[in-house]
Design a protein around this ligand. Sequence first.
Ligand code: NAG
Length: 421
Amino acid sequence: MVAKSRGIPLTTLLLILFLSAIVPTSLSDQVLNSKNPRPSSSASSLGSSVAFQIKGNVYPLGYYTVSLAIGNPPKVYDLDIDTGSDLTWVQCDAPCQGCTIPRNRLYKPNGNLVKCGDPLCKAIQSAPNHHCAGPNEQCDYEVEYADQGSSLGVLLRDNIPLKFTNGSLARPILAFGCGYDQKHVGHNPSASTAGVLGLGNGKTSILSQLHSLGLIRNVVGHCLSERGGGFLFFGDQLVPQSGVVWTPLLQSSSTQHYKTGPADLFFDRKPTSVKGLQLIFDSGSSYTYFNSKAHKALVNLVTNDLRGKPLSRATEDSSLPICWRGPKPFKSLHDVTSNFKPLLLSFTKSKNSLLQLPPEAYLIVTKHGNVCLGILDGTEIGLGNTNIIGDISLQDKLVIYDNEKQQIGWASANCDRSSNS
Ligand SMILES: *[C@@H]1O[C@H](CO)[C@@H](O)[C@H](O)[C@H]1NC(C)=O
């Protein structure tokens, strides 16, 4: 959490059909069933991956989590999956301020503190004037998210048992944060989860640590289902050989974010005034955020297009800033999507890199039965010119963050986990 189109010429349409055909609907089965690992694409010893089942949804929960086991004997923690930040942290029995889960489910530190002189500590305390009393002192950290939520604590190491898709169980000792002072200003970090699973490409992320230990390739992917749930994986074994649309990551000096672009917005297959957006892919954000100017243009396009349709503004619904009511309450998105046009983001630096955003990728139906725009004004919450592609726009896609090749990719997919596995 830093802090989220469909204009379809015929060739693109063919591409979509092609994509849906080659991404197997049972991908999640293959990912999660370690007895039938997909054959590794390369002979590399790093061909193995780790897969997790995801829980959660965009609305009403607003987050997706995985269960991570930590310690020996291990205890399980539900962590928000966040490709927008690096550090993994858990609510900590230290004692704690702003801890929101029962004390018996807090992480109890066992003394494996990371020292201030440790390279990982240096990476987290990136501020040039970070206070480190001496190389053997503890390593304090503080992470602040774009919505002003934060966690403060100390870095430590513990066993994180992981089951690989090749059937092996490993017990790497990884560094993470023990958070004893949390603030929950906005929605993130979510108060109902035990912490955050930071999946950014910085040195401190668990992904980078597993890569440094030689256990996986530096690749993470997720598939978030529109019906809730989905799956997450580390490593490249589950990346399809073809059918993935790739676009390069932008090298940003200051941050660890998965930033891409520039991309142009299309509305109902037609170009718009919204061009050259840089976009951060952030699974820690439930919604998509455009800068003020782009947001205004989008709202105008959507509003004008709704003229003459049986939808009127529902200002009393405070679920999201912009909502509409129909003749009678909507039960699901399916009841209302025909009133809305597809959006599309076209990444101009890479050929044929189109991110399709059908109405399902930018609308929610609230518990009051209204439909709301899930692309929000980021400038309003202090994001400035930053644009974020959040969970709402990443649903039912396999999204792959490849730090080895410095690229991000996506393909249509059915992200449901089948009930028999
Ligand atoms: C399975 O993968 C892990 C992680 O890459 C590796 O350490 C382990 O040796 C592999 N096990 C087998 C049996 O190949």
